[in-house]
Design a protein around this ligand. Structure first.
Ligand SMILES: [Zn+2]
Length: 627
């Protein structure tokens, strides 16, 4: 891991920071009217959303050749979701940026509205860069899109108690939207108006780098920021290399600005004893920084340290943003080439093997550290029996900074059950399910075609669900009952009716399509419970009817021939012999009436043929459509 420094460097860093911060406050370079509540209150408070909207308009009016203020959409409560488009390249629309090959960077503040550093940092940075351009102005080399507050409704529900593990500002917004959805788990499902506006914005602008600006949730140490990326979810080697380099260079630049970054958000193995070790999470596509990777782009999760004072955190966020913009100014065109190359490579992913899910090997009980880290921590006491409440708890001694030497567990490997062979042709959504699936293809910009003609007797693959593997989660997540299952794709033949949808694998969004449509991926539509009716028992053969059928079969009754066909009737003598052999030789069979009943009943044609059938099929045939 990068960014581990000794204490002496840390103190030097703090001094360097204080100089920077003092400079920023003592000599404001902006009109008084452009000062934010955060600045005028010495970072004790942050402003209301009206301030964001006003600032967006003011900057667009003052610098019309460099700034646009857009409304992306509306929140659940009807507020405007605004974004600033800032550039000195002359490109202020998606078409202009694309035509000129100019990299686009998107930064999102207030996804969790209480973690609001990014809003004030981004507005200050943009204002300052416009009022007094930097010597090497990064805005000459890119388009910077800034959404100051993503969860606007949450922002407008301030309370001193929304962020109990955070050091200011005095009032903080709420984590979730008006509908209590966590936006940083909503990137794949997109069940909020906020996310749908964002996905549309991303489809239009196609940002090369997305930075999601957050604040940590509680662990106490002295690193002031973590910068996490999950490039392993990508399917392109070159882009993975470029992403890794981006991460290393970004960390270096943040360090050079006097900070103490970590290159992943550490999770403590033992919350009461940090020295036990730290692990890295594998994350999932529902997070912004993984979602970007599925689109062959770069996604960065930035987490300021919650216990740093608000003034320091805003400065940290500002420095991280500037470091990223400087990096894109220097390397953006190269990174963009790699990303576009990855799009081309993704179009050729037919039949390729891809891992759709990853996990830390600790989850499999493999507790071999991958290395060791020196973390800037504090001395602490792990109580065997804590004061007042008893039990095992921790107290940090904030007056005793120390360095923790801790084992690191960062071995992230593919989940075996989620390694799939992509189809050669694509996915087919049968007409009965298109109303469920189509909105997701549309919101994620996935190419698809509605079949106007039937496809007769098409050779395809059906997903055979292993019935024992189906698990409905017992608690809702984002309001949904998530469902996991395993199984495998098996050859089949079927008539596909007109009105069904074909999703070709030959497209730049193939990886995203596979993540939505392969049932085993962590954020597939199946996993999010959209196909739960497929796995729900809705009908049964009543007990007396089952007994009657078993009796007819045992007695070789002609009713079996009449009801179920001559083939089954001809098999009955053999079945009876097999039954009697098992009764003679298999004690467990003989003593289990359920198994004995099942022996007969499973021979008759199944009464609920679509039960436990994954509704989407795949084909290796490349379907060419009539114009
Ligand atoms: Zn957050």
């Amino acid at each position: 891991m990068a960014g581990l420094m000794n204490q002496r460097f840390f103190l030097l860093g703090v001094l360097a920071f204080m100089v920077i911060a003092f400079d920023a406050w003592a000599q404001p370079k902006s009109d008084a009217s452009e000062m934010l509540v955060a600045e005028t209150s010495q970072f004790r408070r942050t402003g209301p959303y009206a301030e964001v909207e006003a600032m967006c308009q003011t900057l667009a009016k003052k610098h019309p050749e460099f700034v646009r203020c857009l409304t992306l959409g509306h929140t659940a409560e009807g507020r405007h979701l605004v974004a600033l488009v800032v550039s000195r390249t002359g490109a202020l629309t998606p078409a202009q940026a694309k035509r000129a090959g100019i990299p686009v960077v998107l930064a999102i503040g207030g996804t969790h509205a209480g973690e609001i550093d990014g809003k004030d940092a981004g507005l200050m940075l943009i204002r300052d860069m416009l009022n007094k351009p930097l010597a090497k102005d990064p805005l000459k080399h890119q388009v910077f899109l800034f959404v100051p507050v993503f969860n606007v409704d949450g922002h407008e529900r301030p309370s001193p108690f929304n962020r109990p593990n955070q050091n200011g500002p005095s009032l903080q917004g709420e984590r979730v939207t008006a509908q209590r959805i966590n936006l940083n788990r909503d990137w794949m499902l997109g069940q909020t108006s906020e996310m749908n506006a964002m996905l549309q914005f991303i489809s239009q602008w196609d940002p090369l780098v997305t930075l999601d600006l957050h604040v940590t949730d509680g662990v106490r140490f002295r690193h002031d920021v973590s910068v996490s990326m999950s490039p392993m979810f990508g399917a392109d080697d070159v882009l993975q290399e470029v992403s890794d380099k981006f991460s290393v260079d970004l960390i270096e630049r943040i360090q050079a600005k006097g900070h103490h970054p970590l290159d992943f958000t550490p999770v403590l193995l033992d919350f009461e004893n940090p020295r036990a070790g730290i692990m890295r999470d594998a994350d999932a596509p529902r997070f912004s920084h993984v979602y970007a990777v599925l689109r062959n782009r770069i996604g960065v999760l930035v987490e300021d340290h919650a216990w740093d004072p608000y003034a320091h955190r805003v400065q940290t966020s500002k420095d991280v943003l500037l470091a990223a913009l400087e990096l894109v100014a220097a390397q953006g065109r190269q990174i963009l080439r790699a990303a576009l190359q990855a799009d081309d490579n993704t179009e050729k992913m037919q039949s390729e093997v891809v891992a759709l899910d990853w996990r830390n090997m600790l989850e499999l009980g493999l507790n071999i550290p991958t290395g060791q880290a020196e973390l800037l921590g504090y001395e602490y006491t792990t109580h065997a029996s804590a004061p007042v409440v008893g039990g095992r708890h921790i107290t940090y001694h904030l007056d005793q900074p120390v360095v923790w030497t801790v084992p690191v567990y960062s071995d992230i490997q593919p989940v075996n059950e989620a390694i799939v062979n992509l189809p050669r042709g694509g996915y087919i959504i049968p007409v009965g399910w298109t109303s469920v699936v189509l909105p997701y293809l549309q919101k994620h910009g996935i190419s698809h075609h509605v079949l106007s003609q039937p496809l007769k007797n098409l050779t395809l693959q059906e997903f055979h669900v292993d019935e024992d593997s189906i698990r409905f989660e017992t608690q809702t997540f984002q309001g949904r009952i998530r469902t996991s299952l395993e199984g495998e794709w098996m050859p089949a033949q079927m008539d596909i009716p007109p009105g069904s949808i074909y999703v070709p694998i030959r497209q730049a969004r193939a990886l995203l399509a596979a993540h939505l449509l392969e049932p085993v991926s962590p954020d597939s539509l199946s996993r999010w419970g959209l196909f739960n009716t497929a796995y729900e028992v809705t009908d049964h053969i009543s007990n007396h009817r089952q007994l009657q059928i078993a009796q007819w079969m045992f007695g070789q009754d002609k009713k079996i021939r009449e009801g179920y066909g001559a083939n089954l009737h001809r098999k009955l003598p053999d079945l009876k012999r097999e039954y009697q052999t098992r009764m003679d030789r298999d004690d467990r069979f003989r003593e289990d009436p359920e198994q004995r009943m099942d022996f007969w009943i499973r021979q008759i044609p199944y009464h609920d043929p679509t039960f436990n059938k994954y509704p989407i099929v795949r084909t290796d045939r490349v379907i060419t459509l009539q114009p």
